[in-house]
Design a protein around this ligand. Structure first.
Ligand code: NAG
Ligand code: NAG
Ligand code: NAG
Ligand code: NAG
Length: 492
């Protein structure tokens, strides 16, 4: 039956539809171009999405989708003259404090705990399955998030972790800051340590409110201590995100854009922007980035942006690609592959991270180790350390000074201050007409703490030779306003 027949055979329905169109203008004025008059305003209820259902309780426990308030280097990196003996003592002390906190939060005796204990472990959860099975994870964490003792545990855990964390240390003045300075811990760390004046150390909530909380409820005690003290450091989230779904919907999805709040590019109305934003939340929440491979290796880049970056490599033909944030190494292998296609046998990728790529098991299942691919040896140099470490910087600067064309990708710590520092140190290395790509600027929209965008604004204020090139942004980009282009040299 054709539509026409169906309609003419059902006259009453046809009339009703016609009436609806005439009276309520049900069909929106579709296909409006950029210049056409704006679309009819849809009510906010047009997105009847329950973010709790969409994001799951994991989002509450982890502050959704990695949006750090602050990232902290492992304490060992900030110790004065670190020795294994002092580090071991610090670890033993921290472990005792973690046992005490877990014992109080979960109401079990300290003697029942060991280095392998974890909070969900006490509830009989399968750690390995939590990591690989998203359905299982959501169910398990939903149960966990509903229990007040989970939140007691996260706060107690954070209280311990923060007391062993050096929040920052000035490399020149050599003065460090901790939330609270305890003399026995400070002796082991060494050097000059000052407490943060805003923190009331007798009040654990005050400490957690000031520095954020440790967001992973399902790590073993030993992993927590290793992460905080030895490697790889950790990132805190704000307790204000406990009702994260509500906040996100009200402030960032339904709300009108605030000044500097960049929406997705090229969308003709905010409803379209919301759809893409929700897609992005889903992409992150499902850990889709762990299931993308290049030559067998996980690449945690958004596929749309990867494509845009590949085109930038093709058009600029760089001698040098600098990437901060190696993770498991998949993206460095991808940039190396583009060099193989565009500049066979010449050109280099320098990739920098605080951890060697083989440590990054959280990145998903590598079918192939990217560092074993022959292209890795041919093109890639891995530098271990902070991207702001003076030694690392001088190696990169010297490589850039002998390269005619340079592309920079900044994908390490995405907090505001770090992005500003990293952009100031690395973007000036790019050649005229080339790009410094500040990644994951979308985090600024997930989060009420700054994230990359204000970091970029501060950088641009001092660097008029750079501008945001929104034409480079693919339809669904994660680097909104992050493609920074250096102007071509003026003809003299
Ligand atoms: C803690 O455990 C003990 C014994 O297992 C029990 O008697 C007590 O009621 C529990 N306390 C809480 C607050 O659950
Ligand atoms: C911790 O777990 C490892 C392997 O899962 C095991 O070999 C070790 O004996 C456990 N340690 C304790 C103290 O239970
Ligand atoms: C410092 O913290 C450790 C571990 O919590 C504790 O054993 C010690 O008594 C504290 N020292 C002081 C001076 O408060
Ligand atoms: C502890 O700190 C929290 C957060 O800063 C504050 O709301 C609370 O009033 C403080 N409690 C006491 C007893 O000072």
């Amino acid at each position: 039956m054709t539509v026409f027949n169906w309609v003419s055979n059902c006259t009453p329905l046809y009339l009703i539809v016609g009436l609806l169109i005439a009276v309520f203008n049900v069909f929106p004025v579709a296909l409006a171009g950029e210049d056409a008059k704006p679309l009819r305003r849809l009510p906010d209820a047009a997105i009847p999405i329950n973010l709790y259902e969409l994001l799951g309780p994991d989002a509450y426990a982890r502050g959704v989708i990695w949006q750090p308030a602050q990232c902290y280097a492992p304490t060992s990196e900030r110790m004065e003259g670190v020795t294994e003996e002092r580090l071991g003592k610090l670890e033993a002390m921290m472990m005792q404090d973690l046992f005490g906190a877990l014992s109080r939060a979960a109401n079990v005796s300290v003697t029942a705990l060991n280095r392998n204990s974890s909070f969900p472990g006490l509830l009989g959860l399968d750690q390995a399955r939590l990591d690989r099975d998203m359905r299982y994870r959501k169910q398990a964490l939903r149960r966990l998030a509903g229990r007040p003792d989970t939140w007691r545990w996260l706060r107690a855990l954070s209280d311990v972790v923060l007391r062993y964390t050096v929040a920052s240390r000035d490399p020149v003045a050599r003065v460090g800051h901790m939330g609270c300075v305890n003399s026995s811990i400070a002796d082991l760390i060494g050097g000059k340590l000052l407490p943060l004046p805003s923190v009331d150390c007798s009040n654990s909530s005050s400490l957690v409110d000031a520095l954020g909380f440790f967001s992973d409820p399902n790590l073993r005690m030993e992993q927590v201590a290793r992460r905080v003290l030895r490697e790889p450091g950790w990132c805190s989230v704000r307790p204000m995100y406990e009702p994260y779904g509500q906040w996100l919907k009200k402030e960032r999805i339904m709300g009108r854009p605030r000044p500097g709040d960049l929406r997705f590019h090229g969308l003709s109305n905010r409803h379209a922007d919301r759809v893409v934003f929700l897609f992005d939340l889903l992409y992150e929440q499902e850990h889709a980035f762990k299931r993308q491979h290049w030559l067998g290796a996980v690449v945690q880049q958004n596929p749309f942006d990867m494509y845009a970056i590949m085109d930038i490599i093709h058009t600029t033909q760089p001698d040098l690609v600098v990437e901060t944030g190696t993770a498991n190494g998949g993206s460095a292998l991808m940039w190396a592959s583009m060099l193989e296609l565009t500049r066979p046998g010449s050109g280099r990728v320098i990739t920098i991270d605080v951890n060697a790529p083989e440590r990054e098991s959280w990145a998903g299942v590598n079918a192939k180790d990217p560092t074993k691919n022959p292209l890795w040896a041919k093109y890639v140099t891995f530098l271990k350390g902070s991207s702001l470490d003076p030694g690392v910087l001088s190696t990169v600067r010297s490589a850039a000074s002998s390269a005619a064309r340079v592309v920079v990708l900044l994908d390490s710590d995405h907090t505001e201050h770090h992005v500003e520092m990293e952009a100031s140190a690395y973007c000036p290395l790019v050649s005229p007409g080339s790009y410094c790509i500040v990644q994951d600027t979308k985090l600024s929209r997930f989060s009420s703490v700054g994230g990359p965008l204000p970091g970029i604004r501060k950088f641009l204020a001092k660097h008029p030779e750079f501008s945001i090139d929104r034409d480079r942004e693919p339809f669904y980009t994660q680097h909104v306003g992050g493609y920074l282009r250096k102007q071509q040299q003026q003809q003299q």
